[in-house]
Design a protein around this ligand. Structure first.
Ligand code: ATP
Ligand code: MG
Length: 432
């Protein structure tokens, strides 16, 4: 036998057994995005490497060590997208969507980062993200965050908490950065190797370090909040007022700085303690300078992205109920004369009952083996068409999940019986 080939490490198949959760999540989120006026944009998976280097920043984890970059046959350096914002901004500029306009956009799809695979961290993972262009005020930040809260509500996820911070203006951040570097340089020996390396390239990220040995040093570091410019402070205060008035509970986390270079003012994360170390399920913030930085007209922007794998895992551990996709009916055909009539009966039922999920047994086999498959399919009913039924224009309905005697009825009565059953509302909890 030929040797089998395995998938690339950290790149997973999403099997039918878990796809209900994905579809449920995608459907709920898409509905809410549409209700808030967001429109979908579909973007290429591959972009020029330069786009990410310039937007995300040369000295971020993503650009330094996580990107899948390759030279194509024309000698051009290309990269599998590690996130969606850069491509969205690029497309907005290129297609003239941003100048003097307001845009609320969302996207969905696979992202690629060469990280160490572990629970909640993969090399191909999936995000749904949204970006708003052309609005600078705290009201849109608030609306966006309230919308994400509505996602969790719709998905039945209660164990997620909102963290907020403001990074201020670029000028204020530069000033703060200087003070932080001074402070950290005074304690250079206490820094770990990663932080020493970041001290001059991306010192704010040191605040985000998970190393327990650094925590007290970080706690005593000068705080960005004390260095915010007046306008940013006001923006942040208004944002908090909006959120509080809308009934959202949040924590201001002065150490929340986010991994990417392009953020200013608002940054936020939704975090859960149900998933172990990889607890951030949604993260975003404001990036007023990015569009201009990528060559467009000066346009404010704000956005977020959520990690679908982590949210699906949260749905699973919360034992959430998702829509049923098991068949209502498994149709069994017994005998040669039942083959074509059974096939046509299935089509007629599908035509008359748009909600109906019907699995037609194909591939032959005796009655017993077909019946076993009917049971295994999870169907509610087995519908049996044998030679006698064909002759009499009847069909036999057998209840697979209820203690009820089977009944044989005329085919045209069957539709009425099925119509009495509420085919649309049939929920189940995925067995774990
Ligand atoms: P983390 O701190 O977990 O590395 P990040 O700051 O790198 O996250 P973002 O770039 O903000 O993540 O991406 C937004 C969301 O996408 C994250 O909050 C997370 O839910 C998800 N995500 C990021 N990287 C991965 C990954 N390698 N595998 C699965 N999900 C991921
Ligand atoms: Mg990361």
């Amino acid at each position: 036998m030929a040797k089998t080939i395995q998938a690339v490490r950290g790149m997973n198949d999403l099997l039918p057994e878990q796809i209900h959760f994905w579809q449920f999540l995608e459907r709920e989120v898409r509905t809410i995005l549409t209700r808030y006026g967001y429109e979908e944009i579909r973007l290429p998976i591959v972009e020029k490497t330069e786009l990410f280097a310039r937007s995300i920043g040369e000295v971020t984890d993503i650009v330094e060590k996580e990107m899948y970059t390759f030279t194509d046959r024309n000698g051009e350096s290309l990269t599998l997208r590690p996130e969606g914002t850069a491509g969205c901004v690029r497309a907005g500029i290129e297609n003239g969507l941003l100048y003097n306009q307001t845009q609320r956009l969302w996207y969905q799809g696979a992202m690629f980062r060469h990280e160490r695979p572990q629970k909640g961290r993969y090399r191909q993972f999936h995000q749904i993200g949204a970006e708003v262009f052309g609005l600078a005020g705290p009201d849109i930040d608030a609306e966006m965050i309230v919308m994400t809260a509505r996602f969790w509500q719709a998905l039945g996820l209660e164990q997620v908490h909102l963290q907020l911070n403001s990074l201020g203006s670029n000028a204020a951040r530069a000033q703060y950065r200087e003070q932080l570097v001074n402070y950290l340089s005074d304690h250079y020996d206490q820094l770990d190797e990663d932080s020493q390396r970041r001290l001059n390239s991306n010192p704010l990220r040191i605040l985000d370090s998970k190393n327990p040995a650094l925590q007290s040093l970080i706690a005593q570091a000068p705080q960005l909040a004390d260095h915010l410019d007046a306008e940013s402070r006001d923006h942040f205060a208004q944002l908090q007022d909006y959120l509080t008035a809308a009934g959202l509970v949040f924590t201001v986390n002065p150490r929340l700085v986010r991994g990417l270079d392009y953020y200013n003012r608002t940054v936020f994360e939704w975090v859960t303690d149900q998933l172990g170390a990889q607890g951030t399920v949604c993260a975003g913030g404001r990036y007023d300078g990015l569009v201009a930085h990528l060559g467009g007209q000066n346009t404010p922007g704000v956005g977020f992205a959520m990690g679908i794998e982590r949210l699906v895992e949260l749905l699973r551990v919360s034992q959430n109920t998702v829509a049923d996709t098991r068949p209502h009916i498994y149709l069994i055909r017994a005998g040669d004369s039942a083959q074509l009539p059974g096939f046509l009966l299935a089509e007629e039922l599908r035509r008359q009952l748009p909600e109906l999920r019907l699995l037609l047994h194909c591939g032959g086999g005796n009655f017993k083996s077909q019946f076993k498959k009917a049971d295994k399919s999870g169907a509610k009913w087995a519908l049996i068409l044998g030679e006698q039924e064909v002759q009499e224009n009847t069909v036999t309905l057998k209840f697979l999940r209820e203690e009820k005697p089977q009944l044989t009825l005329p085919q045209h009565d069957l539709i009425q019986v099925l119509k009495q059953d509420d085919l649309a509302t049939n929920d189940f909890t995925q067995p774990s």
